[in-house]
Design a protein around this ligand. Structure first.
Ligand code: SF4
Length: 366
């Protein structure tokens, strides 16, 4: 161990004890990335052994027109801006049909808060996808979109979730949390829902049996204290509901945003956020190294720094690519398996709810 300040944290991790706020700060303040990684890898092995999860998935972003103007977002457009788009339900149907012969088990749907679309459109997107591919799990709409739909329709969050579940919603992504900090919210995403509301919507979804993911957006103006508070709030909710499936630390990509002057998070920071998340979130089963964001090379290394999931085949990713991501937009099942095996781990295909899938059977079922 290079940084002796980590010794008390190391002892706690080996003893299976929960880390405190102060422990989290100590981890972020340390540059001893190998010791931090070693601890995170130990926890990963305790929870998942050598298993590394991936999924065959498809992303659909039905609209990029958004009433908000979050400073870190390269995805949104105003209605009259170049590049603005809004998919018809037929176009959504077509998008699903394009890949109907592939063994996809998860369709991930998020988009802008588009005042030009009626409430029913958002519900019908889910219904349309389910009609074309009844067996897929639909992981759709962040808490930000749920709150927006409630505001637009005059319905409660509860009623919106019920409408979505009735249409075929199976799970929710973790986006929109950014960092639970009023200070950062005021500066970067003024119009988004509050941390309390994000937590309340996920709690409500969990109470309805909808499993959700959680995220943290790092690499902008946030402070270590705010990130640790964020992780502890998620951990507290997980203690209460057990409804989170996985945690995904998301690096801010400044290109094409109004914060383009900020440097991009380095590989060192990416690995540290994955490892610290693994260590703080002792009640989350999974930590994801999103290969689209990290690039394949770093995602492979992240598997030894606490991550046990690399997301999926994806094919068409807009949110990170509009922010300058240079990674490919698709990987085949064999490529995903190979990149996991190369690092000495065992690839396990999963669906959106982490049910393990027998590849050979799903290939036949489609
Ligand atoms: S992050 Fe979401 S809410 Fe904010 S501008 Fe982008 S699409 Fe809109």
């Amino acid at each position: 161990m290079v940084d002796s300040a980590l010794q008390p944290v190391y002892d706690k991790v080996m003893a299976g004890e929960r880390l405190t706020f102060e422990d989290g700060i100590r981890l972020f303040e340390s540059n001893d990335i190998l010791t931090i990684g070693e601890m995170a890898h130990y926890v990963r092995l305790q929870k998942n052994g050598l298993k590394t999860y991936f999924t065959m998935n498809q992303h659909i972003n039905p609209t990029n027109i958004c009433r908000n103007e979050c400073l870190f977002c390269a995805f949104y457009r105003k209605e009259d801006q170049d590049g603005a788009y809004r998919m018809s339900l037929d176009a959504v149907r077509q998008k699903v049909l394009e890949r109907i012969n592939e063994p996809i088990t998860e369709i991930h749907i998020v988009g802008g808060l588009d005042d030009g679309l009626p409430y029913d459109y958002y519900i019908d997107v889910i219904r349309t996808v389910k009609e074309v591919r009844p067996k897929v799990n639909i992981k759709a709409y962040t808490a930000v979109e749920i709150a927006y739909l409630a505001e637009r329709s005059g319905k409660s969050w509860c009623e919106v979730l019920d409408d979505l579940i009735e249409a075929g919603l199976n799970a929710m992504p973790g986006g929109g949390a950014e960092v639970f900090s009023e200070r950062v919210k005021r500066k970067l995403f003024m119009d988004k829902l509050s941390a309390d509301d994000w937590i309340a919507i996920h709690k409500l979804a969990h109470s309805k049996g909808i499993r959700t993911n959680a995220t943290l957006l790092y690499g902008h103006i946030e402070k270590d204290e705010e990130k640790i508070e964020h992780l502890i709030r998620l951990r507290n909710l997980q203690d209460e509901t057990g409804g989170f499936l996985t945690f995904l630390p998301l690096a801010f990509h400044p290109e094409n945003t109004r914060l383009a002057r900020l440097p991009m998070a380095t590989g060192f920071e990416d690995l540290k956020h994955i490892a610290v998340s693994r260590l703080m979130l002792d009640n989350f089963e999974h930590i994801k190294a999103y290969w689209v964001m990290l690039g394949v090379d770093l995602a492979q290394i992240a598997l030894s720094f606490g991550a046990d999931d690399i997301d999926g085949s994806v094919v068409e990713e807009k949110i990170y690519h509009m922010a300058g991501s240079k990674s490919s937009q698709m990987m085949t099942r064999n490529q995903l398996k190979q990149l996991i095996q190369e690092c000495g781990f065992i690839p396990v295909e999963r669906d959106a709810l982490y049910h393990e899938i027998n590849s050979e059977i799903s290939e036949i079922a489609g």
